[in-house]
Design a protein around this ligand. Structure first.
Ligand code: NAD
Ligand code: IPM
Ligand code: MN
Length: 359
């Protein structure tokens, strides 16, 4: 097959990790006889520097015409003083919206050999396998008004949390569909004891659940969910939740795998190309030093093979290769134990490439 991939490297460690994933995709292409072509486009801080715009129109076009989009990460302290709509992060929110990517799938599964890299006890995390389904184009991130204004003689800031029935319906359906091919359990996470949006969320999720009689549904308040993720993460199969809760819970859940540098994600809509990106950010503290763990982005590329290209064996080869390098004991700094040798981003990448080529 021939596939056109648009790569948005972004800022900080973004370029380092997408380069790693591109190498792995090239190895998959060679091994399984596919032709992957790569086209680069600027987003975030890089795009602000070059075009004074975090999301140039040409970048949106390059994404719309691609078969899949691979993104590093955006954001840098240099731009923290800018108004919200001009920050690098606005580029990421803009491309998610422009491509209609309402569902963000964030799988969290442990690797046996990494159990000791987590700050949590081995017996708590051993065998964790859950999927966070985060609503991605609604909620507090996008609600209007979003502004500074005057109120009672002083400055006030407003963000708006709103959800329409149709937005909840489609994300709930996505979660149930995924649960059907997993362990048939959905935990819907909300704050229905306080928020009206959560009460509508619960109602709509209940309605959608009727279409899936073989899937069990449980509702959990978000504060409790944050605690349960650490107390007993193995109780979860699919967790579905709104944009902000999903953002926070997934960074928390990353520690079940040992590091934020391990967590991939797929952002998908009802049609058009999906966007694949690590859950982590630009890690300015380690950028440009070959310290970044590339596995989250490599695994995100694996999700592209599976969800956008339907290449199941190829995706499995990437997953197996990641598993193999971890079993061999290769460790970037974020997952290395005390006294363990630390591999560079390139060494880790080359090891994955080697395994893919021998699959
Ligand atoms: P971060 O995820 O960039 O970093 C948090 C911590 O995790 C840091 O100590 C970092 O070194 C470490 N880390 C992250 N990824 C790693 C990897 N692959 N390998 C090894 N260690 C890794 O979060 P932050 O520091 O809060 O944010 C930094 C910038 O990134 C901000 O500008 C923020 O807006 C942006 N950000 C972007 C995205 C995205 O583009 N999807 C996501 C989160 C944060
Ligand atoms: C993520 C990030 C983004 C988000 C930011 C950078 C806009 O934290 O992808 O998790 O909050 O969605
Ligand atoms: Mn986040």
């Amino acid at each position: 097959m021939t596939k056109q991939i648009t790569v948005l490297p972004g800022d900080g460690i973004g370029p380092e990790v997408v380069q790693a994933a591109e190498k792995v995709l090239r190895a998959v292409g060679e091994t399984f006889n596919h032709e992957f072509t790569f086209q680069y486009a600027p987003i975030g801080g890089e795009a602000i520097r070059k075009h004074e715009n975090p999301l140039p129109e040409a970048t949106v076009e390059a994404c719309k015409t691609a078969d899949g989009v691979l993104l590093g990460a955006v954001g840098h302290p240099d731009f923290d003083h800018l108004p919200g709509s001009e920050r690098p992060e606005a580029g990421l929110l803009g491309i998610r919206k422009a491509l209609g990517l309402f569902a963000n799938l964030r799988p969290v599964s442990g690797h046996e050999s990494l159990n000791d890299a987590s700050t949590l006890k081995r017996e708590v995390i051993d065998g964790v396998d859950l999927m966070i389904v985060r609503e991605l184009t609604g909620g507090l991130y996008f609600g209007e008004p979003k502004e500074r204004r005057e109120a009672g003689g002083e400055e006030e800031a407003v963000d708006t949390l709103s959800y329409r029935r149709s937005e909840i319906e489609r994300i709930a359906r996505q979660a149930f569909e995924l649960a059907k091919v997993r362990r048939s359990h959905v935990t819907s996470v909300d704050k229905s004891n306080v928020l009206e949006t959560s009460r509508l969320w619960q109602e709509v999720v209940e309605e959608v659940a009727k279409e899936f009689p073989d899937v069990t549904l449980e509702h959990m308040l978000v504060d409790n969910a944050a605690m349960q993720l650490i107390r007993d993460p193995k109780q979860f199969d699919v967790m579905v939740t709104e944009n902000t809760f999903g953002d926070i819970l997934s960074d928390e859940a990353s520690m079940l795998t040992g590091s934020l540098g391990m967590l991939p994600s797929a952002s998908i809509g009802s049609d058009g190309p999906g966007l694949y990106e690590p859950v982590h950010g630009t890690a300015p503290d380690i950028a440009g030093q070959s310290k970044a763990n590339p596995l989250a982005t490599i695994a995100s590329a694996g999700m592209m093979l599976k969800y956008s290209f339907g290449m199941i064996d190829e995706a499995q080869a990437v997953e197996n290769a990641v598993q193999a390098v971890l079993t061999e004991g290769l460790r970037t700094g974020d997952i290395a134990g005390e006294g363990e040798a630390v591999a560079t981003t390139e060494e880790m990448t080359e090891a994955v490439v080697r395994h893919v080529k021998s699959s």
